[in-house]
Ligand binder design. Sequence first.
Ligand code: ZN
Length: 242
Amino acid sequence: MRYLVVSDIHANLAAFEAVIADAGQFDALWCLGDVVGYGPDPNDCVALLRQYELVCLSGNHDWAALGKLNLASFNADARAAATWTQQMMTNETREYLQALPSLRNMGQFTLAHGSPRQPVWEYILDPLVAYINFMHFENNYCLVGHTHTPVLYEQDVANSDCLVRFPQYGEPVELGNARLIINPGSVGQPRDSDPRAGYALLDTDAMTWEHRRTEYPIEETQNRMRQHGLPHRLVARLQYGW
Ligand code: ZN
C-alpha cells in the first residue's frame, strides 16, 4: 500500500491541492491532525480529505475550532483565527471533526498529532523529548505532526540515545529495524523557513518513507485570508515558512 501522509493542513486548500497533485497515485491517506485553524478554507479542506480512503486524527486547532478547549492558551492571532473558524464551519465539518481520535494504531504504525505520550499537546522538538516518547508506544514506528517541521528520530537502544535525521527530499529511505518517530512536516503552514508544502509518502510493501516538498500558489491563500480579515501576521508568515 502507498500512503499519502499529511499533517497540519490548517485550512490551506491551495497547499493541500498542490500536495495531492504532486503525490501521484496513492491508495490511502493518513492525516495527523490540525486540518483547520489559521487558514481560509476549513470546510473545503475537510471535504477534500473525505474523498479518499482516510484515517484522520484531530489536533489542538481542531479542538479549538470545536470549542473543546479554552482559547486562552492560544496567542492572540491563533485565537482570532480559531474564533473565525468556529463561525465558518458547517455542521457537517463540525460533526466530522468531532468524531476524530487523536491517536490511532495502524499495523506497525502509531499515529498521533503531537506525541504518543500526550497526543494533542506535546511538541517533539528535540531528541530528548523524542527519546522519552519511544517509551510511550509499542509499535516500530510512530508518525507525528504538530511542530510543522519534517524530521526523523531513530531510537538507538545500545547507547540509550536518539539520533536525528533531517529529510532528504524526494529520496525514499528504508524504514529498517530501528524504531522511528517521523514527522512529515506541515502542508499548510511550514515553520522550517521553507515555505513549500511538506508531506510524505509511505510504501508499506517496500517499507520506505519519502519526505517531499512542493510549491503552491501562496498568494492565493494569502488573498483569501485577507478577504476574510484573518490576522496579518498569519498571512505574512506563509511566504517565509515560519
Ligand atoms: Zn498545527
